[in-house]
Ligand binder design. Structure first.
Ligand code: ZN
Length: 494
C-alpha cells in the first residue's frame, strides 16, 4: 500500500497524480534529498515517498531541479528600422526547453520619440506563440513627460514590473538626468530598474581613438571598453539609485572590480542586486582575436575579459554579491541579413552586431564549471539559475522551487553526462554558438513544463501558444528602503 500524503482518499485503482517523477534526487535552493514529485494538472501537488501516478517518469540516478528561469534574454525584439530579432518566441522557446529553461523575461523596447503602450501590445501579440512562460522588462530610451507620468504607471500596473535602461549604446543610452527620471518613475510605481552599466562617452572617445589609429578588428571591441568603464558606470548607477531610494539590478557584471562596487553598496544596506552570464566564465577577449573574422562571434558587451578575471567571479558568486546567472541571449547569426558579417569581413568593430546566443547553454555551462568543477554545490547552482531570478522578479514561489503549489516546471538533470556542445544541440535559430566544441559535464535529459514532458532526450515536444504571460504584482523585495539623503522626496515632483 503506497504512502498517501495529505490523507488522499482516492481508491487504489486510480492514480493520485497525473504525473509522478520517481526516484530522483530533488535539489532546491536549500535542500538535496531523495523524493518523488507528484503533479496534478500544471501544479506540483506533493513531494514525498512512493507516489503513484497515471504517468511515471523514471528519474533514477538523476537530479530533479526547478525549471530554469532566465531573466535576461532578447527574443523577437523589434528593430527600429523594421523587422525583429531572428530568434522568435517559437525558436527561442525550443532552445530554452532543450536547455532546461521554462521561464524567461524578455524585453519590450521603446523607440526614441515614441511611447511604450502600443509597442508593448505588439510584444504581447508576438509572445502568444511562446512555449515557455514569459514576462517583459520595459526598456526606456526616451523618458518624456508622457512616458514617465502617464505610460509607465499603466505598463507597470499591467504586470511589467521592471524597467531597463542603458547607460551606453547609440541610440539607447540615457544621460544622468534621464536615468534619474526613470528611477523616480519606478519608485513612484513600484518597479525594479535593471541597468546596463558602461560609460557612453568614454566608449565613444576610446572608439574614436582606436579608429584613428587604424585598430578596427573585432578584438578592439574589448579595447574600446576596459573594466574601468563598466566600474565607473556601476558606481554612478548605484549612487543615483541611492539618491532616489530606488532598488536596482546591475546587468551582466563581467569582473570583480565591478562586483566590488556592488558589494560595497550591499554592505551599506542598499537594495542593489547583480547578475553575471556564462560568457564571463568561459569566454575571453582573446577569443575576439581568432583568425579572420571569427572573433566577431564572441563580441558582446561588457566585453569578456581573461581567465584570471573569470576565476575571480566565482568568488563574487560564493560571497553572494552576484546572485543570478542569466544568458543575455542576444542573437545575431554569423551569416545572413542580420548577421555579424552584414557589413563584410573588414567591418570595423563598431559596425558589427553585438551579442552572443546562450539560451540552451546557460545551465550546462554553469553546472559544469560550477558544480562539476567543484566551485559551488548543486543548491547554489539552483539558486543562481532558478530561485534567485524568480525571487528578484516577483515570480517566487510559483517559479524557482519544487514545492506543493508551485508550477510543475522541472528539469531532470544527469549530473555525470559528458556532452560536447554543438550548435545543433542548442536548437536556436542562430547559426553558431560561441561554445562550439566545449565539453561539459551535466546535461538536461528531460524538461517538464506545466506538468507535461516538453523535452526528452533533446527532442522538444511542445505546442506554440502553451507559454503564459506572467503578470507581476507588487512584492516586498523591491520596495524602497524609505531612506532619503535629507528626507526630501524629489521623486514625487520630477
Ligand atoms: Zn541584454
Amino acid at each position: 500500500m503506497p504512502h498517501r500524503p495529505n490523507g488522499d482518499e482516492m481508491g487504489d485503482e486510480m492514480a493520485d497524480y497525473d504525473l509522478v517523477i520517481r526516484g530522483g534526487t530533488v535539489v532546491t535552493a536549500a535542500d538535496t534529498y531523495r523524493a518523488d514529485v507528484g503533479i496534478r494538472g500544471n501544479r506540483i501537488a506533493a513531494v514525498g515517498e512512493a507516489l503513484d501516478g497515471a504517468q511515471v517518469l523514471d528519474a533514477g540516478g538523476l537530479l530533479v531541479l526547478p525549471g530554469g528561469v532566465d531573466t535576461h534574454c532578447h527574443i523577437e525584439q523589434l528593430r527600429p528600422n523594421g523587422g525583429t530579432d531572428q530568434e522568435s518566441f517559437v525558436t527561442g522557446s525550443t532552445s530554452c526547453l532543450a536547455g532546461g529553461t521554462t521561464t524567461v523575461i524578455t524585453f519590450a523596447a521603446q523607440f526614441k520619440g515614441h511611447g511604450i503602450r502600443d509597442t508593448l501590445a505588439e510584444y504581447h501579440r508576438r509572445a502568444r506563440q511562446a512555449m515557455v512562460d514569459y514576462s517583459f522588462h520595459q526598456i526606456i530610451t526616451d523618458p518624456s513627460d508622457a512616458v514617465v507620468w502617464e505610460e509607465i504607471p499603466e505598463v507597470v500596473a499591467s504586470g511589467v514590473r521592471s524597467l531597463k535602461v542603458f547607460l551606453t549604446y547609440e541610440p539607447s543610452h540615457l544621460d544622468d538626468r534621464q536615468f534619474l527620471r526613470v528611477l523616480a518613475a519606478a519608485r513612484r510605481n513600484g518597479a525594479l530598474v535593471t541597468v546596463h552599466c558602461e560609460n557612453y562617452e568614454a566608449i565613444r572617445w576610446r572608439t574614436e581613438a582606436l579608429m584613428a589609429d587604424g585598430r578596427s578588428a573585432p578584438k578592439y571591441h574589448s579595447w574600446s571598453r576596459p573594466k574601468v568603464i563598466e566600474r565607473e558606470a556601476t558606481h554612478r548607477a548605484i549612487a543615483l539609485a541611492e539618491l532616489v531610494d530606488q532598488p536596482i539590478q546591475v546587468f551582466h557584471v563581467s569582473c570583480s572590480e565591478v562586483a566590488e562596487e556592488i558589494a560595497r553598496a550591499q554592505a551599506r544596506g542598499l537594495k542593489v542586486w547583480a547578475e553575471t552570464c556564462p560568457q564571463y566564465f568561459v569566454l575571453g577577449a582573446a577569443d575576439m582575436d581568432r583568425p579572420g573574422f571569427e572573433g566577431a562571434k564572441f563580441m558582446c558587451s561588457p566585453s569578456p575579459r581573461d581567465k584570471v578575471t573569470s576565476e575571480a567571479l566565482w568568488g563574487d558568486i560564493s560571497r553572494g554579491t552576484l546572485d543570478i546567472v542569466s544568458s543575455d541571449h542576444s542573437g545575431s547569426s554569423y551569416e545572413g541579413e542580420h548577421g555579424k558579417r552584414i557589413h563584410g569581413n573588414n567591418a570595423p568593430f563598431p559596425d558589427i552586431p553585438n551579442g552572443v546566443p546562450g539560451l540552451a547553454s546557460r545551465l550546462p555551462i554553469i553546472f559544469s564549471e560550477g558544480v562539476a568543477g567543484g566551485r559551488i554545490d548543486a543548491n547554489t547552482f539552483v539558486r543562481l539559475i532558478a530561485t534567485n531570478p524568480a525571487k528578484l522578479f516577483g515570480l517566487y514561489p510559483r517559479k524557482g522551487t519544487i514545492a506543493p503549489g508551485s508550477d510543475a516546471d522541472l528539469v531532470l538533470w544527469d549530473p555525470a553526462r559528458r556532452e560536447t556542445i554543438t550548435n545543433a544541440l542548442m536548437q536556436h535559430v542562430i547559426d553558431y554558438t560561441p561554445y562550439e566544441g566545449m565539453v561539459v559535464t551535466g546535461w538536461p535529459v528531460a524538461t517538464v513544463k506545466d506538468g507535461r514532458v516538453a523535452m526528452r532526450d533533446g527532442k522538444v515536444q511542445a505546442e506554440p501558444g502553451t507559454g503564459r504571460f506572467l503578470a507581476r504584482g507588487p512584492y516586498p523585495m523591491i520596495q524602497p528602503r524609505g531612506v532619503l539623503p535629507d528626507g526630501f522626496d524629489a521623486a514625487k515632483f520630477a
